[in-house]
Design a protein around this ligand. Structure first.
Ligand code: FES
Ligand code: FES
Length: 388
């Protein structure tokens, strides 16, 4: 592959360097610039060890092409050497035992810096949510959260102004830009407005898809009676709640998701169209989690048929698009693993309801706790981080 020349600014120094077009920013920093403070863990955008600032925003450098950063300002952990806020964070991490092996620490410090600068009023719960994209195998997170809380509570406001910004503009202007970031339309959205619209089918073209086939030993008519009833089917989905359903198939509701330290509540709207004669349906909808500012657009086609063997076959074709903070968890392999675990439980609940039984209490409890999600997430992370 032909090398390309990339011009960008790294830690305040203009750089012009050749690299292959497919070189990601983390390799560019580590191998071309010898800035090995940026660590590589999963190389799939999940663990956050490689987080650096690109034009002032925390960015996963393992899934960012260096060539895509032409003209950008990159700040890796080495670029914060004399920064008073980063110094305060380093001291606090040491004081509160916010690191053990230190592998996650560069990414934690960069993310912590962003939290302190962007969310001066963040409490421990908010800090945990903001850190949900940075994984640590050692500390149990308590020391990291305590360190960031300490800096938020005890660092004078002037130290929170980014030095690079101060060099380019008067301190008063830098303070205003911090203020306006908190009052920006994006930040306002995070505070509340959870209204959503039905997405355009076109907007999902090219999004990841997932196809699955489930087999039931219950007659197709009975399975269909559950699938075609919004109240019944929503009650089979872990964490989901139906708030309203209209005659024309418009549904409103919410779905709580909990994966280890990550918690989100997607509030959304969907449109469900059913073809009873063919036992098939189509659902398209959108949900937003206002806290993480994440949005999920999705579409599902389902079809119930009877196999020659007498079993009932349900085919599912899903298309989904996750944007916002939680999009780092939408890696197809992770989504597939979680979806499969949920589907196993949903299928057993659907079958129980189709047979007029109450789902078994143990399965129901695990559905409510979403322990399956956690298990899937842990299993996947273990494979990615430990056994590669
Ligand atoms: S190495 Fe980039 S997110 Fe894990
Ligand atoms: S300190 Fe070891 S991974 Fe976080």
């Amino acid at each position: 592959m032909t090398d390309t020349t990339i011009q960008l600014v790294v830690n305040g120094t203009p750089v012009s360097q050749t690299a292959e077009p497919r070189t990601h920013l983390a390799d560019f920093l580590r191998e071309e610039m010898l800035l090995t403070g940026t660590h590589l863990g999963c190389e799939q955008g999940v663990c956050g060890a490689c987080t650096v600032f690109v034009d002032g925003k925390p960015t996963r450098s393992c899934i960012t092409l260096a060539a895509a950063c032409r003209g950008a300002e990159i700040r890796s952990v080495e670029g914060f050497d004399d920064d008073p806020l980063m110094r305060a964070l380093r001291v606090a991490f040491k004081k509160h035992h916010g690191l053990q092996c230190g592998f996650c620490t560069p990414g934690m410090l960069v993310t912590g810096y962003d939290i302190v600068r962007r969310l001066p009023n963040a409490d421990a719960e908010r800090i945990r949510k903001e850190l949900s994209g940075n994984l640590c195998r050692c500390t149990g997170y308590a020391g990291i959260v305590a360190a960031i809380t300490d800096v938020l509570e005890n660092t004078p406001p002037l130290a929170l102004v980014q030095p690079q910004a101060r060099e380019q503009q008067p301190a008063s202007l830098a303070a205003i830009s911090l203020e306006s970031a908190q009052n920006s339309p994006t930040a306002q959205t995070a505070k509340g407005d959870a209204s959503t619209a039905i997405p355009d089918r076109q907007s999902l073209v090219g999004a990841p898809t997932l196809s699955r086939t489930l087999t039931f030993n219950t007659p197709a008519d009975d399975i269909w009676s559950v699938l075609s009833n919004p109240e019944k089917i929503v009650s089979c989905i872990p964490g989901a709640r139906l708030d309203s359903a209209t005659q024309d198939g418009r549904l409103q509701g919410q779905c709580a998701v909990s994966m280890g330290p990550i918690k989100a509540a997607f509030v959304g709207t969907a449109k469900m169209d059913l073809k009873d004669a063919e036992k098939s349906g189509h659902v398209i909808g959108q949900g937003r989690d206002s806290l993480s500012r994440s949005q999920l657009d999705g579409m599902l086609d389902f079809h119930v048929t009877r196999a020659e063997s007498g079993e009932t076959i349900l085919t599912l074709d899903m298309t989904y698009k996750l944007t916002g903070t939680l999009s780092q968890f939408s890696r197809p392999a992770l989504v597939a693993e979680i979806a499969d675990r949920i589907l196993m439980q949903v299928a057993s609940t659907v079958e129980a309801r189709a047979q007029g039984k109450e789902p078994d209490a143990k399965a129901q409890a695990s559905l409510n706790g979403l322990s399956l999600l956690t298990a899937a997430f842990r299993g996947w992370i273990r494979r990615v981080l430990w056994f590669r």
